[in-house]
Design a protein around this ligand. Sequence first.
Ligand code: ZN
Length: 303
Amino acid sequence: MEIGFENIVCPVCNESRQIKLLNTFDRFDKSKQMSFKIVECVKCSFTFLNPRPKIEYISNYYQVDGYDPFLTADSKKGIRNQVYLLLRNLNLYQKYSKLTKIHSTPGKLLDIGCATGEFIKKMSENSWKCKGVEISQDARKYSEEKGFDVFSSVDEVPETEQFDMITMWHVLEHVHDLKKTIQKIHNLLKPGGLLIIAVPNIESSDFKQYGAHWIALDTPRHLYHFSGESINNLLKQDNFTLTESWTLFLDQFYNQLMSRNLKYKNIQGWGKLIFGTLKGLILTYIFDKKNASSRVYCFQKGD
Ligand SMILES: [Zn+2]
């Protein structure tokens, strides 16, 4: 095994035996010298990266050109920025309208992985009291400039803070110590509080179609590949109950576009890329949401 890597047992059920599901590459590694293995637990079928980079080495895989989840695009110039802003605002509105339907009275919210703070800004404009957690110092600065208290890790949030809702938008698949993090979240929620988790869906029709080119594999940054069943198996160990799940339009659009680009970029032009993306988007987002590339799950904390 390479230096800086570790082998793990199944993070959901602690079983040590696994079968290989597939090998894939880091999409940013042009040399393709190093492949990564995704395995499936023989006992509970949870799918995860193994071996995986140790926590002290993982930052190497985020320092690549083009990996920019913190794009702010506050400038109004250029068609790409215009499209980005439009999609971002649509996404924020979809998150906001769904969550305020589930929890109709404003309360206290913690957004883990709050990036530049756009989501907590949207919620706070509607009377929610929001704080954030963000590991990236650059991104944290933008959230702080918007006036929010932002912690650099979830461990730093004092347990005297009690929240009505905790959100994790595409964060859980990046977390090394899953069980410790979920326990901490449990302690930070009020009784009956809600935990909202968005993660890619390994049972999606997109994974079946694109296989090793499915963008949401994103090895080695994504350490786990959840299904509705496996995320429920994990969360119910800490007395969380799954209450509902849904799909965000932007997640599905991004996954379709990026997966098609990764798989067909050398053989298709832009026309086919856009047409294929829209076709896949309509088929999945309108007719088959349960098999979408990403799902959002709402869990309620038990006693
Ligand atoms: Zn397992």
